[in-house]
Structure formats: structure tokens, C-alpha cells
Design a protein. Structure first.
Length: 216
């Protein structure tokens, strides 16, 4: 079993890692309890909140790579796997509870045609599964860096698909889905080499000017 990179980190980094882990994990027991024992109204709210939190966490993980470059903070890469896996966990809970409580399998074909966000959401969840499964150090080594990067490149169109799923699913308030879609579009634009090069130049730290010699 491969050891996580956090084992060899300094104490401060381990404290930050576990703080992030606990912050993302703390709501899960309550959400699972509500999903099993809550009322139908609570379950409906639960499914919606799980979906929103899945999107937020996945966007946070998606933002870590460009932020690490722009802020010259490679330490941020250490949290990508953890944040991404928690995003997948929330997305999986959202999908499972929606499938069970919504009785999706009973929908006639015309409902699937009208609610395209349902098949799109199922497709997004299915595409997230191989990304989560292959996030371990062992599978990274088995696949090789080239094949692993090729597989995980699906995250770029997938993030757009996830935000479109949220936008299609909204019936009244489109504010949050549009915000998420805009953020994802900006993060994709930032990853383009010309855009990243310009931003790297703008955020480059200029060396401090040396003080002029004193005149005696």
C-alpha cells in the first residue's frame, strides 16, 4: 500500500491537510443520516445541497493547479487529490439519493427527453468514477504518466458538463449555476498557455530596488 505524501510533510502542512480533510468530511455523516432517516422534504433539500456542494468542491479542486502556478505555491498541488475525491463523494451521494428517491427508473421516455439534465448528470458521474479510481499512487505508476494524463484530461470538458447539468436542472434561480459556469470558463481560459504566460508575467515579483549609496 502506497503511503500518502502527507506522511513526509512538515507538521504545519499536516495540520493544514487534516484541517482541509475534516472541513470537507464533517458534513457527510449528517447528510447520510438525513438521506436515510429524514423526511421527504429534508431528502429533497439534501439532494439539492449535495449537488451544489459537489460542484463547489470540484471547482475548488479544479482551481488549485492554476492557483499554484500564479501564486508560486506548489504546495497547493498536495490537496488536489483530497479535494477532488471529496467532490466525487458528494457527487456520488447526490446521484445515488436522487436515483433512489426520484425513482428515475420509472420515468417514461418523454420525461427523459424533457429533463436532459438527468442523463447528463448520470454521464458526468460515470466519467468521474475512473478519475477517482485512478487517483491512487499505485495506479498512477501502473498506467504511466502519459496514459494517466490523457485519461484525466477528461476533467476539462467534464467540468463544463457538470455546470451545464446544474444550469439545466435549475427551475427558478439561475444565479448560482451561471456563477459556477463562469468560474469554470475562466479557469479553462487561464489554463491556455498564452493567457497563463501573460498572467505569470503580471504576477511576477519584481526584485527590490537596492538603496542608493550614501554620499559622504
Amino acid at each position: 500500500m502506497s503511503k500518502g505524501p502527507w506522511i513526509r510533510r512538515p507538521r504545519r502542512d499536516r495540520v493544514i491537510y487534516w484541517a482541509v480533510w475534516l472541513a470537507l468530511a464533517t458534513p457527510l455523516p449528517f447528510l447520510l443520516w438525513t438521506g436515510v432517516f429524514g423526511s421527504m422534504r429534508q431528502r429533497d433539500q439534501l439532494v439539492q445541497q449535495e449537488g451544489l456542494w459537489a460542484i463547489r468542491i470540484l471547482i475548488a479542486g479544479f482551481a488549485l493547479s492554476p492557483l499554484a502556478r500564479l501564486l508560486r505555491a506548489p504546495v497547493l498541488h498536495r490537496y488536489k487529490r483530497t479535494v477532488g475525491l471529496f467532490g466525487f463523494t458528494y457527487a456520488a451521494c447526490h446521484g445515488v439519493f436522487y436515483f433512489l428517491y426520484g425513482r428515475v427508473w420509472q420515468f417514461p421516455l418523454r420525461i427523459w427527453e424533457r429533463r436532459l439534465y438527468i442523463p447528463l448528470g448520470i454521464l458526468c458521474l460515470l466519467l468521474l468514477i475512473p478519475l477517482a479510481v485512478t487517483s491512487t499512487d499505485g495506479l498512477m505508476r501502473r498506467m504511466g504518466p502519459r496514459a494517466w494524463r490523457r485519461l484525466h484530461a477528461v476533467i476539462y470538458p467534464l467540468m463544463l458538463m457538470i455546470t451545464v447539468h446544474a444550469l439545466w436542472q435549475s427551475n427558478i434561480d439561475y444565479t448560482q449555476p451561471w456563477i459556477y459556469l463562469t468560474i469554470v470558463a475562466l479557469l479553462l481560459a487561464v489554463r491556455l498557455p498564452p493567457v497563463m504566460n501573460v498572467l505569470m508575467k503580471l504576477t511576477r515579483r519584481r526584485p527590490a530596488k537596492s538603496a542608493a549609496p550614501a554620499i559622504s
